[in-house]
Design a protein around this ligand. Structure first.
Ligand code: BMA
Length: 333
């Protein structure tokens, strides 16, 4: 590993890992036993994908997007010793909240989970007169306390930073519309209290088609950014509008540590784009959609959990120093 690179975070020697296949030259590779979470894991699940996991106690916990057999989008807590074999609660998360108007469940999807200071915060795409960013916190993945929605509708892909910036909570998000949004830039916002958000700044727009077509229609932040001495490492998804519909791939960017709306570098190539049968076939074909990453600062390993074809959940591995090098080498800025 690059000796000058500092990766922040707690050691995670028990994170899921598989070595790069012999002779494979790309910066990220897929777990050979993908998908790690099958669609019918729960008695009533149609699909389990676009989900978030974090280290918890002596293993891992997570918040999972499960679409049920009515095709309702619901969120479920789950636990795992090794990050690969998951016990997901068949019952949906019942968020506790002070305001029944906000607390009334409509739908929820694409969760992220972020540890900040003393608790886990969950952000997700929350139905409130259209999609917006819901927020809740938990300490045990049993009781979840719902807060105010971060923004007015319509918004998706709310992703918190794991520490305060300028003394405030900080979040990336992606203003959108009521449907299958055909546009989308990533923005940055801050809040002193997790309720009132401001200091909105533009981060990134889709790329020009000629420069990087996989991200030319819309983009959205993926997992919680990883702090390194080279900047915040952000995995983000990008969408190509092909003659056969949307294609969701993901790449990487480096954001300035102090002012994260300033982008240092952004990959012109994708890291992962739909290629395997479980990514190309499913309820929505050709989708790879990352929502969580586990990393170990000591070894530089990173494991990205990503939804595959809106149906199952896969894992991809890489080394953070190589992904940073890739981001700079293929930079389109
Ligand atoms: C987006 C979100 C994601 C989904 C993707 C592909 O707009 O709804 O949950 O994975 O579309 O269908």
């Amino acid at each position: 590993m690059d000796k000058n690179l500092k990766i922040f975070g707690n050691p995670m020697p028990n994170m899921p890992w598989e070595d790069r296949p012999e002779g494979y030259g790309k910066p990220m590779w897929r777990y050979s036993a993908n998908p790690v979470i099958p669609r019918y894991l729960l008695p009533d699940s149609n699909s389990i994908f676009n989900s978030a996991v974090v280290p918890f106690e002596d293993g891992f916990a997570g918040v999972f997007r499960c679409d049920d057999l009515n095709r309702r989008m619901t969120l479920h807590a789950g636990f795992s010793k090794n990050g690969i074999d998951w016990n997901i609660n068949p019952e949906t998360i019942k968020f506790e909240g002070n305001d029944p108007e906000i607390n009334e469940w409509v739908y929820g999807y694409d969760p992220r989970v972020c540890w900040i200071e003393d608790r886990f915060y969950v952000t997700w795409c929350n139905g409130y007169h259209g999609p917006t960013i819901g927020i809740a916190w938990t300490k045990d993945f049993k009781t979840f306390h719902q807060l105010e929605n971060a923004f007015l509708p319509y918004n998706r892909n709310g992703v918190l930073f794991p520490e305060k910036i300028h003394g405030n909570f900080a979040m990336l998000s992606r203003p959108s519309d009521t449907g299958h949004t055909a546009f989308g830039d990533i923005f940055y916002s801050e809040s002193p209290d997790m309720e009132f958000w401001g200091h909105h700044r533009h981060v990134m727009a889709p790329a020009a088609f000629e420069k990087s077509a996989w991200q030319c229609m819309k983009i959205g932040a993926g997992p919680v950014p990883i702090k390194t001495s080279e900047g915040w490492l952000l995995f983000y998804h990008g969408v190509l509008h092909s003659c056969n519909g949307y294609v969701y791939a993901f790449g990487s960017a480096l954001l300035d540590l102090e002012n994260p709306w300033k982008v240092i570098a952004r990959s012109g190539q994708y890291l992962i784009s739909p290629a395997t049968p479980y990514e190309c076939m499913g309820d929505v074909p050709n989708v790879t959609f990352p929502c969580a990453a586990l990393h170990d600062p000591e070894t530089g390993r990173v494991a990205v959990y990503y939804g595959c074809a809106d149906t199952v959940t896969g894992l991809a591995f890489g080394y953070i120093d190589e992904i940073i090098e890739f981001t700079k080498r293929t930079n389109i800025l």
